[in-house]
Design a protein around this ligand. Structure first.
Ligand code: NIG
Ligand code: FE
Length: 417
């Protein structure tokens, strides 16, 4: 198909964008994009491509921006139930970590998710995937972490594999057995850490289908969850077993998870709100992608956001994600993360767009396949009902996506365009 007459095509060509280089949109005014089969063939001036490919099915993108699909590299997509009552408790003054310490928070979703059948896990998750797709997310990362015992965690993995195979939204799957200390190990976090290492991680490795890329292994390195030594223990073993790594670091307290991520060559370190200057520098010198999740402080009504400018000044690779989860950020929409990143992390719209596409693809190790509109890459493309890219960030709270193309097929036509 030929998508033509776009007021702007954003190719994001050239690979992940480090430090102050963030924000190279590869903009083609009055542009066209040729997709054949599942792949992008070329992007260029509309007049030229229309003359060269008159027989391709045509999509008129006049007055619209065409860009790569958003990549959402941090979500807790799969769970059962909700935590609306905790939202009210937090508004009345209880903190997130207090609620967790009292057996609520993540643990309340764990109770609901453990009790759920595979069927209801799939049934509650599918509508969220559709919402993500309608808002322009094409691939998303998706974590387990509400099972915290082998059987329930494997059921979550099984559900995520099934959902990925169903499509059209693709999932990059992460095992987050180290999301919280389950009630059975309440008084002995070290015993759960050992159990994860001795039993759960090897069980995941043994169960995982042959021929499928191994999942990421992630740890919530935080006060009240896993301390730095426990995080190192789990992630080092995971690395030895061949799993690629991720970490939740410094969401509330600075425990040193960001430097650990760099030390272990993790693919990404995520949250990074309370990160020290020293750890920002260590992270920025590594190839580990720094994933900021502005929906989370917003969702918690907190004032501290990831210090994006310091990360960029230090030369880091910055990405954006939603952190979609039932506790802190039930938001499927990357456009909203961009709007917050512009306001509270002081990114320009161009920087936020690059962080939500090519750099986000790097945060799930897929920058060679997605995240930009370059020849040979997957045909994951958005047509936005806006005249120029600055409207992303500027506008918020409504869906600016008109059309979503996934692997060369139109999968969403929204009613706004
Ligand atoms: O990334 N902080 C840990 N995990 C999630 C929250 C999950 C939940 O509260 O259910 C996060 O914010
Ligand atoms: Fe998270």
């Amino acid at each position: 198909m030929l998508i033509h007459s776009a007021s702007q095509i954003l190719t994001l060509a050239g690979g992940p964008q480090r430090g102050q280089n963030l924000g190279q949109l590869g903009l083609i005014p009055n542009g066209a994009l040729l997709i054949q089969g599942e792949k992008i063939v070329t992007a260029g001036p509309s007049e030229e491509l229309q003359a060269a490919y008159p027989d391709e099915p045509q999509i008129d993108a006049a007055n619209c921006v065409v860009m790569p699909g958003f990549v959402d590299p941090h979500t807790h997509l799969i769970w059962v139930g909700d935590r609306a009552a905790e939202f009210e408790m937090r508004l009345q003054g209880k903190t997130y970590l207090e609620i967790l310490a009292a057996g609520g928070g993540i643990l309340s979703t764990v109770r609901a998710t453990r009790a759920a059948s595979l069927y209801s896990l799939l049934g509650e998750t599918r509508p969220r995937m559709l919402t993500m797709l309608e808002h322009g997310t094409t691939p998303a990362e998706a974590k387990t972490g509400y099972g915290l015992e082998t059987e329930s965690e494997l059921r979550m993995l099984q559900a995520l594999i099934a959902l990925d195979e169903e499509g059209p939204l693709e999932l990059a799957i992460t095992f987050l057995g180290a999301h919280a200390i389950p009630p059975e190990f309440k008084d002995d976090p070290q015993a759960y850490t050992d159990h994860l290492c001795v039993n759960m991680l090897p069980a995941v490795g043994a169960w995982w289908p042959d021929g499928r890329q191994l999942p990421f292994v992630d740890v919530f390195c935080e006060t009240g969850a896993f301390d730095l030594d426990q995080s190192r223990q789990i992630l080092s073993l995971a690395k030895k077993l061949g799993f690629p790594l991720k970490i939740h670091a410094d969401e509330f307290d600075n425990l040193g998870g960001a430097a650990l991520a760099a030390e272990l060559h993790a693919v990404s370190a995520d949250h990074l709100v309370a990160t020290s200057e020293e750890d920002i520098n260590i992270l920025a010198e590594s190839d580990t992608v720094a994933v900021a999740l502005p929906n989370t402080p917003f969702g918690l009504a907190e004032d501290h956001y990831t210090p994006a400018q310091a990360i960029l000044e230090a030369g880091g690779i910055l990405a954006l994600a939603t952190d979609l989860n039932p506790g802190t950020a039930w938001c499927e929409n990357m456009q909203f993360a961009i709007a917050l990143a512009c306001r509270y992390m002081h990114l320009t719209p161009a920087q936020a767009i690059a962080a939500a596409t090519i750099n986000a693809a790097a945060a799930i190790s897929r920058a060679d396949q997605i995240g930009s509109l370059e020849p040979g890459k997957q045909g994951d493309v958005l047509i936005l009902n806006v005249p120029n890219y600055q409207h992303l960030g500027y506008r918020f709270g409504t869906n600016l996506v008109r059309t979503v193309v996934k692997k060369g097929d139109v999968v969403v036509r929204n009613s706004n365009g």
